[in-house]
Design a protein around this ligand. Structure first.
Ligand code: FES
Length: 230
């Protein structure tokens, strides 16, 4: 897997946008669902020309989404970062199954719903002596964009999907809403005081302005009916 370059970085600014530097690719993705409306995969639907350095809307009200147009300043956006700097390990509960372990940091949930199939991921974990259940459990955890879930093999350790360093603009067509920024491939993120968050393979950043766990998404974009029509 190709890692991020040293120049790739996302800076959260005080009550303002995300400043992205280092030529991070910007792409569009959507959640695929089956006939029962369950989330089953991802489809890349396009890319956005963004350049080496760009500013992404964080308040949800830019007329030029996904980019910032300074509306946050007009509207008095409160972008206070609430999430803190606890590591993923510190935030996670552990659920053990036969030969496997699921790490679950519920606070990071972006409501992409990949964990709902076949009775839900927590139940699947307990049935991992069945190879089909184990495969599906690992798949569901890997599809989770926020990294709420990490599947681990007790013998082999955590399993992470290969993700090219990039930012994906999430669309959720089955619910008719747009979702978070899906930060992939271990790109550094720093808060408004220039303090680094833990570097992870996948996280989701709020771009609707409504999260109660800023800068991370907490699924509030669904209730808010957030749309990026761009
Ligand atoms: S984008 Fe998900 S809570 Fe804002």
């Amino acid at each position: 897997m190709k890692g991020p370059t040293e120049r790739m970085r996302i800076s959260v600014t005080e009550d303002g946008p995300y400043v992205v530097s280092g030529g991070v690719p910007l792409v569009c993705v959507e959640i695929l669902t089956n006939a029962d409306g369950e989330s089953i995969g991802w489809r890349e639907t396009g890319s956005v020309e963004a350049g080496d350095r760009y500013r992404l809307c964080r308040c949800g009200h830019s007329e030029d989404k996904p980019f910032c147009d300074m509306t946050h300043a007009v509207e008095g956006f409160d972008g206070t970062e609430i999430a803190g700097h606890e590591s993923y390990a510190e935030q996670s509960a552990l659920i053990d199954g036969p030969g496997v372990r699921l790490h679950d940091a519920r606070r990071l949930c972006a409501e992409a719903r990949f964990c709902d199939r076949a009775g839900g991921l927590w139940n699947l974990i307990e049935r991992c002596d069945d190879p089909d259940a184990r495969t599906l459990a690992e798949e569901q955890a890997a599809l989770c964009p926020s990294g709420r879930y990490v599947f681990a093999d007790v013998a082999g350790g955590p399993r992470e999907p290969d993700l090219e360093p990039s930012i994906a603009l999430v669309d959720d067509p089955s619910l008719g809403v747009s979702g978070p920024l899906w930060i992939r491939g271990g790109i550094a993120i720093v808060d408004a005081d220039d303090v680094a968050y833990e570097v992870r393979n996948r996280v989701t950043l709020c771009r609707c302005g409504s999260s109660a766990n800023k800068p991370f998404c907490d699924g509030s974009h669904i209730k808010a009916g957030f749309r990026d029509e761009g």
